[in-house]
Design a protein around this ligand. Structure first.
Ligand SMILES: CCCCC/C=C/CC(=O)SCCNC(=O)CCNC(=O)[C@H](O)C(C)(C)COP(=O)(O)OP(=O)(O)OC[C@H]1O[C@@H](n2cnc3c(N)ncnc32)[C@H](O)[C@@H]1OP(=O)(O)O
Length: 359
């Protein structure tokens, strides 16, 4: 069920009762969702650069773009419920000594109704995946694989599902130079994709808006993909001097045939949600106005099925491919390590950072 006005008002009251300060980033998010839910898209002039607090608020609100009021209300209620009911996202799993403490900076993770929901939470950066976010997604997936939920869902907070790799990840060059950076990125990416290959329960993507780069390629490793009709699917690797990852060089041709996969992965053709569904990458598309309600109603029903049986059935569908996928992942990362050191890739990143280029 979509959050009602009453749920929204209850959530506003709950915020006042929070025992722990949720931190500035979450407070800005709450502010922005509140304004969007009550007034719609940001309609006030941008404050001056020295008015830091109001500028931060304005940025947070305006980044929600044209997010409908009822989606904003729902996101507000979800965010407050995650703050009040499960402030320690991995509380169902004992963290090992070598793990980061519970509490995510780039994600909101909730677990209820048999569903663990991992939400990308960098809406001001269109949910681009920073190095920290790669690490946190791996931790959240590990916790979800061990908790009691039947299903695990990935989705985005704000108007984007995810804008792919955070291109500023490549600006933090270590003393060993670009070569060392490419090597460490190779290892991070390989481990990250491995978590999706090995994930033991049904893994569902709820694609709430545009998806770019690695957030698209990974969809081939999900068990179901539900998309809003606002979502688009774009893998602009060639324009970035990069090559396909997330096992897409294997899964995409298998899902849609090699000609359609080439259009996406080599020529960077952006697909609408309808096109992605016709090509088998997306399971079903819903109108944005009913997307959240319809998807969560369906997932809550699926989550009532016996959790162990869901695991067993997923495993029998996926297990034959696992070794192959591991080999593909390794090969893609080797190729990317070389690409990241190429002139094409460096120029593309510099162009984006100097705002000369966008998708
Ligand atoms: C360990 C390494 C592993 C590497 C794995 C490799 C993966 C490959 C990929 O994922 S390739 C895909 C990379 N992504 C992109 O190329 C997207 C780049 N972004 C854009 O083109 C645009 O931002 C947009 C089309 C996604 C959205 O455009 P819009 O005009 O609506 O919004 P802004 O451009 O103003 O964006 C708002 C702020 O968000 C920042 N941002 C958006 N995407 C990214 C990104 N991928 N990386 C870093 N930052 C991003 C953008 O810079 C704005 O920030 P600002 O407000 O501080 O300026």
């Amino acid at each position: 069920m979509r959050a009602s006005q009453k749920d929204f008002e209850d959530a506003m009251n709950q915020v006042k009762l929070l025992k722990k300060d949720p931190g500035n980033e979450v407070k800005l998010k709450l502010y922005a969702l509140y304004k969007q839910a009550t007034e719609g898209p940001c309609n006030v002039p941008k404050p001056g650069v020295f008015d830091l607090v109001n500028k931060a608020k304005w940025d947070a609100w305006s980044t929600l773009g044209n997010l409908p009021k009822d989606s904003a209300r729902q996101n507000y209620v979800d965010l407050v419920s995650s703050l009040s009911s499960s402030p320690e996202p991995s509380s169902q799993v004992e963290p090992r000594a070598d793990e980061k403490p519970a509490g995510y900076e780039t994600l909101v993770v909730t677990s209820e109704d048999g569903i663990t929901k991992i939400m990308f939470n960098r809406p001001t950066k269109k949910n681009a995946i920073s190095t920290r976010m790669y690490e946190e997604i791996m931790l959240a997936l590990k916790a979800a694989s061990e908790d009691k939920s039947a299903l695990t869902v990935l989705t985005g907070i704000g108007d984007y599902y995810c804008s792919g790799n955070d291109l500023t990840n490549f600006t933090d060059i270590p003393p060993g130079g670009v070569e060392e950076k490419a090597k460490s990125s190779h290892i991070l990416l390989r481990n990250f994709v491995q978590c999706f290959i090995d994930f033991p329960k049904p893994l569902i993507a709820v694609v709430n808006g545009p998806a770019v780069g690695i957030s698209v390629t990974l969809l081939g490793l999900f068990d179901a993909v539900y998309a809003s009709d606002r979502a688009t699917f774009h893998t602009p690797f060639s324009a970035l001097g990069q090559s396909p990852e997330g096992c897409s060089s294997y899964t995409f041709p298998k899902i849609m045939g090699s000609a359609k996969a080439t259009e996406m992965l080599v020529f960077g053709k952006k697909l609408t949600a309808g096109e992605a569904c016709a090509q088998g990458l997306v399971t079903e598309v819903f109108p944005d106005s009913t997307f959240q309600r319809e998807v969560w109603t369906r997932l809550k029903a699926y989550a009532k099925l016996p959790a162990n049986t869901l695991r067993v059935s997923k495993n029998i569908i996926r297990s034959r491919e696992r070794e192959k996928l591991r080999a593909v992942n390794a090969e893609e990362c080797i190729t990317l390590e070389e690409r990241w050191q190429s002139e094409d890739c460096m120029n593309a990143i510099m162009n984006f950072l100097s705002r000369k280029a966008k998708l």
